[in-house]
Ligand binder design. Structure first.
Ligand code: CAA
Length: 258
């Protein structure tokens, strides 16, 4: 893979968008590489958490590639948007939690990538924004749909209509990021969180993710129905026995993911 670096740190996958000469902008090749990395990640039953970050100290992802987009026809743009949306959707419904470690600019497609993750930790140097309207474009990798889920409709509208960049503190204030870290501590903080997630019962974490995602924009009674089904299904797993027994015996639980 030319533009994606993927490594595993124990049970945590770390996917780095690696195109620093263009501030990790997502061109067609990067999206193809991202798809390949996801093929591998989806098959890996050992993984408990995935972290997404950008190479270098300046950018997470500075958006979709503007040079490539400047030459696209409407038909090519449709395919590009569908491909970008496709990888972000795969992240969103991945069995394991995905954390965005936003180490710098997260603009346009970069902000959309972060919003396709379960939650975001950001460096003090991070900058977020959806500047597409300044290019005659609009968000095309899910921004009109996902940003509001993090920051509410009014904040999302303002960010998308103005194209304004916000810093990490403002992103924290409006609920876009969960935590702001010193730049050199960002990765450690994210990995620490990923490690805590990795110690929990994997089927229970996966079922929680599914219930949160599927229940978010449906009527509450339907969402509660999803929860009942997923909650009760877990009682068929070994991990429920392992976790509850360990609590009663006051020993640490060692989950097996079955
Ligand atoms: N696409 C292509 N190349 C990009 C890029 C992008 N999105 N962002 C940065 N680059 C390139 C620059 O062209 C420059 O390349 P050269 O050295 O060859 O000139 C290199 O990365 C370094 O960037 P700058 O010199 O501009 O760095 P800076 O520190 O002065 O500015 C920045 C940083 C504010 C992030 C600025 O690069 C910028 O505004 N980038 C574009 C951000 C943007 O508009 N993103 C949205 C794209 S549209 C989109 O994403 C649509 C969608 O939803 C699918």
């Amino acid at each position: 893979m030319e533009n994606i670096i993927y490594e595993k740190i124990e049970l945590v996958g770390v996917l780095q968008v690696n195109r620093p000469k263009a501030l990790n902008a997502l061109n067609v090749q990067t999206i193809i590489d991202f798809e390949k990395a996801l093929d591998k990640i989806e098959q890996d039953r050992e993984l408990r958490c995935l972290v997404i970050t950008g190479s270098g100290d300046k950018a997470f992802v500075a958006g979709a590639d503007i040079v490539e987009m400047s030459k696209m026809t409407s038909i090519q743009a449709k395919e590009f948007s569908q491909k970008g949306q496709g990888i972000f959707r795969r992240l969103e419904i991945l069995r394991i939690p995905v954390i965005a470690a936003v180490n710098g600019y997260a603009l346009g497609g970069g902000c959309e990538l972060a919003c396709a993750c379960d939650f975001i930790y950001a460096s003090e140097k991070a900058k977020f924004g959806q500047p597409e309207v300044a290019l005659g474009l609009m968000p095309g990798f899910g921004g009109t749909q996902r940003l509001a889920r993090f920051v509410g409709l009014a904040n999302a509208r303002e960010l998308i209509y103005t194209g304004r960049q916000i810093n990490a503190q403002e992103a924290l204030r409006i609920g876009l990021v969960n935590k702001v870290c010193e730049p050199e501590k960002l990765m450690n903080e994210v990995l620490e969180c990923a490690k805590i997630i990795s110690k929990q019962a994997p089927l229970a974490v996966a079922a929680s993710k599914e219930a949160i995602n599927d229940g978010f924009d449906v009527a509450i009674d339907k969402g509660l129905g999803f929860e009942v089904d997923l909650f009760s299904d877990l009682f068929e797993s070994e991990d429920v026995k392992i976790g509850t027994k360990a609590f009663i015996e006051k020993t640490p639980a060692k989950f097996i993911g079955e």
